[in-house]
Design a protein around this ligand. Sequence first.
Ligand code: ZN
Length: 486
Amino acid sequence: MPKALRIYNTLSRTLEDFTPLHANLVGMYVCGPTVYSYLHLGNCRTFSSFDMIFRYLKYAGYKVRYVRNITDAGHLEGDLDEGDDKFAKRAKIEQLEPMEIVQKYTQYFHDVMRDFNCLPPSIEPTATGHIIEQIEMTKELLSHGWAYEVEGTIYFDVEKYSKENNYGILSNRNLNDLLDGTRTLSGQEDKRGRLDFALWIKAKPEHLMQWQSPWGMGFPGWHIECSAMSKKYLGAQFDIHGGGMDLISTHHTNEIAQNCACNGVAPVRYWMHTNMLTVNGVRMSKSAGNGFLPDELFSGSHPLLEKGYSPMSVRFFMMQSHYRSTLDFSNEALQAAEKGYARLMTAIRLIDTLKTEGDSNDMVVALRSKCEAAMSEDFNTPIAIAHLFEGVTFINNVNDGRERISPQDKINLKQLYQDFVFDVFGLKEEAVIHNNKMDGVMQILLDQRAEAKARKDFETSDRLRDKLLNLGITIQDGKDGATYSL
Ligand SMILES: [Zn+2]
C-alpha cells in the first residue's frame, strides 16, 4: 500500500486526497521546454520541483510513469498563435537549420537537468516525432464539429465548446472575462471567435518546418502536442499534469478543451502548478533584465550576482521553499542556502564517525514520520528540511560529546538522510573543484599543522586533520611534508 498523500489541485483550488486511477500506478505529464533558446531558471525550478515530486511518489510506494515532452516545433512567439515561429526565427538569427537549433538547445537542456541532478523522465516525447498523432486528433475534432478549417488552418471552436463545457474551468474565469482580456490580433481575422486557437497551421512555402496533412502543408499548433502525447502514453485520463503557473490560462486551458472534446472525459485528475521566480522581490523576466541563465548563476557572471552558486546549493535553495510559493533570488538568500547545504552535508558525513552508546532518542525515532508527514501534505519540502536540521543539531551534539547516539539510531539516521536528502530531494555531494585558490588555502592550513606538530602541540594538529576529514579532505603525511586529497 503506498503512503497516503494530499495534493493541491489547481482545478478545485483545494488540497485533495490523492487517489490514483489505477491502484499503485501514477501517470504524470509535465510540459517540457521549447528548445529554441537557453533554458531559463523558472523552467529549472519547475522541472526540479516535479523531479522531487516524481522522486517522492516513488519513495511513497507508487510506480510512476513520468512523461515530459520536448517542444521542437509549432510554438509561435505569442500564446495566441500570433507572431513568428520560434524555431524559424532563431534559426535565422543563428544561421542554422531549425533542427540544428533543436539539437543544440535540447543538448543544453539535458546538460542543465544533469547539473541539477534531475532524473530523466520515463518517456521524453518530441512534437516532431508525433505529427501523425496530432493530425489524427485534429481530424477527430474536425469530424465532430469542434473545429473548423479556414484555408488550410484548423481552429478549435471555443464558443461551441463553451455551450456544453466550462472553458475557463482551470483559471476559474468565465467566458466573458476571458473574452474581455483578449484582443483581436492582426492576421487572424479568419478566426470565428477571438478565443479560438489553432490546432494546425498552414505553412507558407518558405517555412522551414512543415508536414503533409489532409489540409495541405502545415505544422501543428502548440497546445495539441501535449493533448496528443499525454493521451498516447498515459491514456485519455491520467493522474497528474504539471507545469509552471504561467501555462494555466492558455496552454493548459486549451489542453483540457481539446481532450474533453475529443475523448468526452476530463483528461487530468490533479493539476499541479509551480509558482514564479522573483529577484530581490521583482518578478524575473527578460524585459526587467533580471533573468539570469543557469550558467550565469553557477559562474556568477551576471551583474546582479556577487559570486557563483553551485548547482546543488541552488537546488537546495529551491527545495527550501514550497513549490507553490514564489521563490525570491537574492545574494543573501543564496549564500544562506549555500551555508545550509554545506552544514547538512557535513553532518551527514559525520554520521559514520559517531561513537555509539546508550538508548534510542525519541526525537531521532520520530524524524522519519515527521518528514513523511510534511511531504505527504502537498510535498512540503521546507518543513521536511526543517526536521532534517533537527537531526543535524543532534549529530553535531553527539560529535561534540554533548549527546549520545544508540547503534540503532545511527543506522536509522544514516538511512533517513540517504532517503530524503539524496533520493527524494535529489541532492548530492559536490566535488570541490581543485584550483589554485584551493591549493593556496590548503597550503596555509598544512603549514599551520606542521608548525603545531613541530612545537609538539598534537591536540591542534589532530584537530585540524579531523576537521578537514569531516569536510571530505584527507591529509597524508609523507617524508617531504603533508599533502591533501579530496
Ligand atoms: Zn504542454
